[in-house]
Ligand binder design. Structure first.
Ligand code: NIG
Ligand code: FE
Length: 383
């Protein structure tokens, strides 16, 4: 069964270093793959045709950083922050308590609801981390549930040190590297550590990431979110796919990223929701760093599943152009997940695309807060 999407006013292909824009374009989908991309007047016939009437078409967003499997919310904590309280990450333990008490069915329902919410806003790939279980059984359970909705699953047993290990964090590190990693591994593709003051220090993070790598998992690092620290340089040292947050970077951190294959994943929803200063994407882009944008969707620091919202924030607050932000939300996310089959529109790519209720990608930042995603095609299936 082939599908011709015709009369596209502006097609974002990401086939070059920019957006690879094509005007008056068409796309042919065959099953779950893109079969052909080119000018409308050359388009081959297909079993079915959709005329998008001059709309913009983009690759589906690749949200390469979320924490979607959790129970409860922390609206009161958000309210207190907006009244002047600082964000410390300490609320993670509140969500751990609620998540441990929730049944599989309740967690499955809330995860499916959030994935559907993200999908409606154009995300066709969503990475999901564990990290609200922090016991062997609960971390494996969260990853098993995450694996039901995405292949991009990340073991984040090293999210925070649980209270009962507070006087001996290395005992928790040993558990993460031993039985917890063994239980998580069947359901995880990646391992991540929150390397930050109040969470895991550099030595602990290196120990955990190395154990994960030895077990065959890819590496990701949360770092430099709340202040300067070793997270980003550790990510580069270990050739992690991504260093995430990157809000407080030294010149040496930027140089390290620029000379590496490690993507800087920026999460402006977190700065929005913690009322913090935003990372400077311009500084990273000008240094030649590959930048990804993601939502960080979680009940504490960033309870948004909206990639268009993050694009608008990145343009307004982080000195990105709309084109750079759209690329970071598509091809950048794919790079952060080391994927070449998503985040692009060309023959052979996965048939993940979105049709905007707008003639150009510019509208994603130009019309913030407006639901501009008209149609989502995921794996070749209209959603
Ligand atoms: O990415 N940084 C650590 N983890 C999350 C916050 C989780 C929470 O507050 O529940 C983040 O911002
Ligand atoms: Fe996060």
């Amino acid at each position: 069964m082939t599908l011709l999407i015709d009369n596209i006013g502006e097609l974002v292909t990401n086939r070059d270093d920019g957006l690879g824009l094509l005007a008056k374009a068409a796309v042919v989908v065959d099953g779950d793959r893109i079969a052909w991309v080119g000018p409308s007047y050359h388009a081959p016939a297909a079993d079915r045709r959709i005329d998008v009437d001059g709309a913009a078409v983009l690759p589906g967003f690749v949200d390469s950083h979320t924490h979607l499997v959790f129970a409860g919310d922390r609206a009161a904590e958000f309210g207190a922050r907006m009244a002047g309280e600082p964000y410390t990450g300490g609320g993670i333990r509140t969500t751990v308590g609620a998540t441990r008490s929730a049944s599989d069915d309740d967690l499955r329902d809330s995860t499916e609801r959030l994935v559907a919410e993200a999908r409606r806003q154009g995300s066709t790939t969503v990475e999901i981390k564990s990290g609200y279980g922090l016991t062997v059984e609960d971390e494996a359970r969260l990853l098993r549930l995450a694996r039901e909705v995405t292949e991009e699953t990340t073991f984040l047993g090293a999210h925070v040190v649980p209270a009962q290990y507070a006087d001996d964090p290395w005992r928790y590190v040993s558990m993460v590297c031993g039985p917890m990693l063994a239980a998580a591994k069947p359901y995880a593709k990646w391992i991540d550590v929150f390397c930050e003051r109040g969470a895991f220090d550099e030595d602990q993070a290196r120990t955990i990431l190395t154990a994960g790598r030895d077990a065959g998992l890819g590496l990701r690092v949360h770092g430099n979110q709340l202040g300067p620290g070793p997270g980003v340089q550790l990510a580069v040292e270990l050739a992690a796919a991504s260093g995430d947050h990157c809000t407080h970077l030294s010149d040496a951190d930027v140089d390290a990223l620029a000379g590496s294959e490690t993507v800087a994943t920026l999460l402006p929803g977190a700065e929005f929701s913690t009322r913090s200063a935003y990372p400077d994407a311009r500084r990273l882009l000008d240094a030649g760093v590959t930048v990804a944008l993601a939502t960080d969707c979680n009940p504490g620091s960033s309870y948004t599943s909206s990639m268009p919202f993050c694009i608008a924030l990145a343009v307004r607050e982080m000195r990105m152009t709309p084109a750079e932000a759209v690329r970071a939300a598509t091809a950048g996310g794919a790079r952060a997940l080391r994927r070449t089959d998503i985040g692009v529109l060309g023959a052979g790519a996965r048939a993940d695309l979105i049709v905007l209720d707008a003639p150009s990608h510019l509208h994603l930042a130009y019309r913030p807060g407006v639901p501009l995603i008209r149609t989502v095609l995921h794996n070749g299936v209209l959603q």
